[in-house]
Design a protein around this ligand. Structure first.
Ligand SMILES: N[C@H](CCC[C@H](N)C(=O)O)C(=O)O
Length: 263
């Protein structure tokens, strides 16, 4: 079976994107993992299906590189907004549905803004915070993020901490560069590696830093793959809403997949 696909990336978090409005994509963990594989397939951190959804411009269905259906993906959400715009599904403002609920997005030149789910509960501990920004994130602050062994420490926390048994967590290491400015590296579950950027992780780090340092919105976050901005509001109960993830998302190429097994 031949399937046309597109490759998108947002700050170096890359995705295979498929227009699945006719729902013909043969979803299977093995097929998706083989497409995302960087040696045997196209190579990506995840795969996204754009489907029709009643009452919305589209539905985003996200899978991690291991082929498992993931929770929300912030950079993938920004990329699918760009994809839907490229397909002509909306002109500058869109409303779509994803696994964690409704999202809004806007396109203005190079910049994609994605409204994220609200965050009610931040579990705070001395050495780290744990919060769900659409996906679960462990956030710890370090002095020199460049020096961190992200893969080894990240996988230890992902599998070994109390978060391991419940489906695991993504693990973020954040360094404060100056007020309202962070540098973040992320170990992503489902990719089981460091990625160049993680949108829900960057969002989690920004919210955690604002709580710990009393910073106001917006917060700028450097990742390996580029710069993102997180804007938010905190209501009287301390909950975060109107969270927006802002940054570039671009189409890289298109191609045709042969879904007969590649290995
Ligand atoms: N890269 C994504 C996160 C994917 C989440 C996934 N790794 C999981 O929690 O299973 C992002 O930009 O938010």
């Amino acid at each position: 079976m031949k399937i046309t696909f597109f490759k998108y990336q947002g700050t170096g978090n890359d995705f295979v994107m498929i227009d699945d409005r006719d729902q013909s994509f043969p979803v299977s963990k093995e097929l998706i993992a083989s497409i995302c594989h960087r040696r045997f397939g196209v190579g990506s951190d995840g795969l996204i299906l754009l489907q029709n959804a009643e009452g919305y411009d589209f539905r985003m269905v996200y899978f991690n590189a291991d082929g498992g259906e993931g929770s929300m993906c912030g950079n993938g959400g920004r990329c699918v907004v760009r994809f839907a715009n490229d397909l002509g599904l909306f002109s500058d403002h869109t409303k779509f549905i994803a696994v964690d609920g409704e999202h809004e997005g806007t396109v203005s030149g190079d910049v994609i803004r994605l409204k994220m789910s609200g965050v009610k509960d931040v579990q705070r501990y001395e050495d780290y915070d744990f919060l769900n920004t659409g996906s679960p994130h462990y956030v710890t602050f370090v002095d020199q993020v460049d020096e961190v062994d992200v893969v080894n420490i990240g996988s230890e926390i992902r599998y070994g901490s109390i978060y391991g048994p419940q489906g695991g967590t993504n693990v973020n290491f954040a360094e404060i560069i100056e007020e309202n400015h962070l540098s973040v590296r992320t170990y992503e579950r489902g990719v089981e590696d460091e990625t160049f950027s993680c949108g829900t992780g960057v969002t989690a780090c920004a919210l955690s830093a604002s709580l710990r340092n009393d910073w106001q919105s917006p917060i700028t976050v450097e990742t390996i793959g580029g710069t993102l901005e997180v804007a938010f509001q905190q209501n009287a109960n301390g909950e975060f809403d109107d969270i927006t993830l802002i940054g570039p998302a671009v189409r890289v190429f298109e191609g045709v997949l042969d879904t007969t097994p590649t290995r």
